[in-house]
Design a protein around this ligand. Structure first.
Ligand code: SF4
Length: 456
C-alpha cells in the first residue's frame, strides 16, 4: 500500500515554544520504520512544507496517517476532511499524543481509525487487514469507525521503536533545539517515577523508568548524522550507574557530540560528580523544571525538591560548565508581590535560558477538578490549550494585570538576565536573530491577550 504520514502545520494562534524547539516528527519516523519493508511510505512535515494537495495528487496514497498534539484536533480534522474531499477512498488514520489523552476528540466522519497507542503488532495487524480488504476485527489500541470506535479495551502504551531518521532526510536541516541546529532527538528511557502532580508525561509513558539498553542507544547515537542530540527522556539524569556506563561508552567509542537533556533537580544534586563527567562527555545543557520560588507550591505540585535544592542544582551545573535552561510555572494565585519574588528568585538562580508557562490543568489531570470552576477555556477549545495561555482565572489580581506581569517578566528575562549576550557568546549572532524573531512574535501575542481581556 502507499502510505502518506503527515505532521500537521503549526496552529497559528497558539503560543508555543515551537519557534525555539523544532523537533523531528519522531513518532512518524517510528511508524515508518515498522511499515517500510512491506509498503511504499513517505512523511510530509507540514510544519515545513504545506503541500498536502500536491502529495495527494502525485503520490496517490491509499492511506493517510496524521499525528497530533493536544492543540492539533481541529487541524487534524481539517486535513482529514481535505483528504476525503480529494479522494473519499483514501483511508484516514489519526494518532499521537492527543489520541492517547482524548481519543473521542477524533471520532469524526472523515477519520476511519484512531490509534490510542502504537505498537509493532497493532500497526502490522491493521495494515494487513487493510491490504487484504478482509473484515476488520477489534485490534488492541485501535478504534475504528467501522466498529463504532470500539476496541478490545486492552490497556497499552506506545512501544519503543527505533525510528528511521532517513525518512525525514529532506527536512532534517530545519530541526533545531534552541541554538543547536540541526539537532536530532532521541529517547533512551520512557516513563518517570517523580510523578509530579501537574505532569502529563509520566501518565502517558508510565509511573516508573523503563530504560532502553545502552548498546541500542549507542548504536543510534553513532548513526545520527547531526552533531547535536536532544535526549527527550523525562529525566535523563535519573540513574547514576547508567550515566556512568553511558560516559564509559561515549569515551570508548570516541563520540564527540553536543548533548542536551531534561534533568530533575533531585538527580542533579544526588550525583554531582557524574554530572561533571557528563559535561566532559558532551552534555551542553540541561532543561531543569525549577517551577517556583514557593516551598508550598513545590509541595503541592508533589515535586521531590525544595527551594534550597534548586539553588544547589544551579550551582552544580555552573561548576560543571553545563548550561541550565530553566522552566517555571506561574501559579494562578500569584499577586504582584509574588511576581516580584519570582523575578528575584530567577535572578538568583541565573539560568542561561528561562522559559515559563502558566499552570495548565489539562482535562486528564486531577488538578482539573480543583480548578474547574475557574477555567477560562472550554475543553473543546483545543487550540487554546497551548502551554503559554493563562487557563485558570487569577484569584488575587485581574487577568489583564496578570498578563501585564507576564510581559514584565519577559522583558526582565530578556533585558536584565542577559539572555541575548548568552545567545551571541554560545551560538553566534545569526542564531540570536533567529531566536529573537520567535520572541518578537510571542511578545505581541501576550500584549494582544492582555488588551483583549481589558476590552471584554
Ligand atoms: S520530573 Fe518532569 S517528567 Fe517527571 S513527573 Fe516531574 S515534571 Fe513530569
Amino acid at each position: 500500500m502507499k502510505i502518506l504520514l503527515v505532521r500537521p502545520p503549526r496552529v497559528k494562534q497558539a503560543v508555543t515554544l515551537g519557534e525555539f524547539m523544532f523537533c523531528e516528527p519522531i513518532g512518524l519516523e517510528m511508524v515508518y520504520a515498522v511499515l517500510m519493508d512491506r509498503h511504499e511510505i513517505k512523511i510530509l512535515d507540514m510544519m515545513i512544507e504545506n503541500t498536502l494537495e500536491k502529495e495527494l495528487e502525485t503520490f496517490k496514497p491509499h492511506v493517510v496517517g496524521i499525528t497530533s498534539l493536544c492543540i492539533d484536533v481541529n487541524m487534524v480534522k481539517s486535513i482529514a476532511c481535505k483528504v476525503k474531499e480529494i479522494n473519499s477512498g483514501i483511508i484516514v488514520i489519526a494518532g499521537g499524543t492527543q489520541a492517547f489523552l482524548n481519543l473521542s476528540s477524533f471520532y469524526d466522519i472523515n477519520i476511519d481509525h484512531v490509534f490510542k497507542y502504537t505498537t509493532r503488532d497493532n500497526l502490522n495487524l491493521l495494515f494487513d487487514a487493510l491490504e487484504s480488504k478482509k473484515e476488520l476485527h477489534l485490534i488492541d489500541g485501535i478504534h475504528s469507525k467501522v466498529n463504532q470506535y470500539r476496541s478490545t479495551n486492552v490497556f497499552g502504551r506506545n512501544e519503543y521503536i527505533i525510528p528511521n531518521r532517513l525518512s525525514t532526510q529532506k527536512y532534517r536541516q530545519h530541526y533545531s533545539y534552541l541554538g543547536y541546529k540541526p539537532c536530532a532527538i532521541m529517547q533512551t528511557s520512557l516513563g518517570c517515577s517523580s510523578n509530579c502532580d501537574f505532569c502529563l508525561r509520566w501518565r502517558i509513558e508510565g509511573a516508573k523508568e523503563n530504560d532502553i539498553d545502552l548498546e541500542c542507544v549507542m548504536n543510534q547515537i553513532k548513526d545520527i548524522q547531526e552533531d547535536s542530540i536532544m535526549f527527550y527522556d523525562n529525566n535523563f539524569l535519573n540513574n547514576r550507574d547508567r550515566l556512568e556506563k553511558f560516559c564509559d561508552l561515549i569515551e570508548q567509542n570516541n563520540i564527540v557530540k553536543n548533548f542536551i537533556c531534561y534533568g530533575s533537580v533531585k538527580s542533579i544534586i544526588s550525583h554531582p560528580e557524574t554530572i561533571k563527567r557528563l559535561g566532559k562527555c558532551g552534555l551542553k545543557a540541561v532543561l531543569v523544571g525549577y517551577e517556583t520560588f514557593s516551598e508550598k507550591e513545590l509541595a503541592d505540585y508533589k515535586k521531590k525538591s525544595t527551594v534550597e535544592d534548586n539553588y544547589k542544582a544551579s550551582k552544580i551545573l555552573k561548576e560543571a560548565k553545563i548550561d541550565c535552561w530553566a522552566s517555571f510555572m506561574l501559579h494562578p494565585d500569584w499577586d504582584t508581590k509574588d511576581f516580584k519574588n519570582f523575578r528575584s528568585f530567577v535572578k538568583k538562580l541565573k539560568p542561561e535560558i528561562t522559559t515559563f508557562c502558566p499552570l495548565t490543568p489539562f482535562p486528564n489531570l486531577p488538578m482539573y477538578q480543583k480548578y474547574k470552576d475557574r477555567l477560562l477555556l472550554r475543553i473543546e477549545d483545543y487550540e487554546m490549550w497551548s502551554f503559554s495561555k493563562v487557563s485558570i482565572k487569577p484569584s488575587k489580581i485581574s487577568l489583564s494585570r496578570y498578563y501585564f506581569e507576564i510581559l514584565k517578566f519577559i522583558l526582565f528575562v530578556n533585558l536584565r538576565l542577559n539572555s541575548a549576550s548568552y545567545m551571541i557568546n554560545r551560538f553566534g549572532f545569526m542564531t540570536l536573530i533567529r531566536i529573537t524573531k520567535g520572541s518578537i512574535k510571542i511578545l505581541p501575542l501576550y500584549i494582544k491577550l492582555m488588551l483583549e481581556v481589558r476590552k471584554s
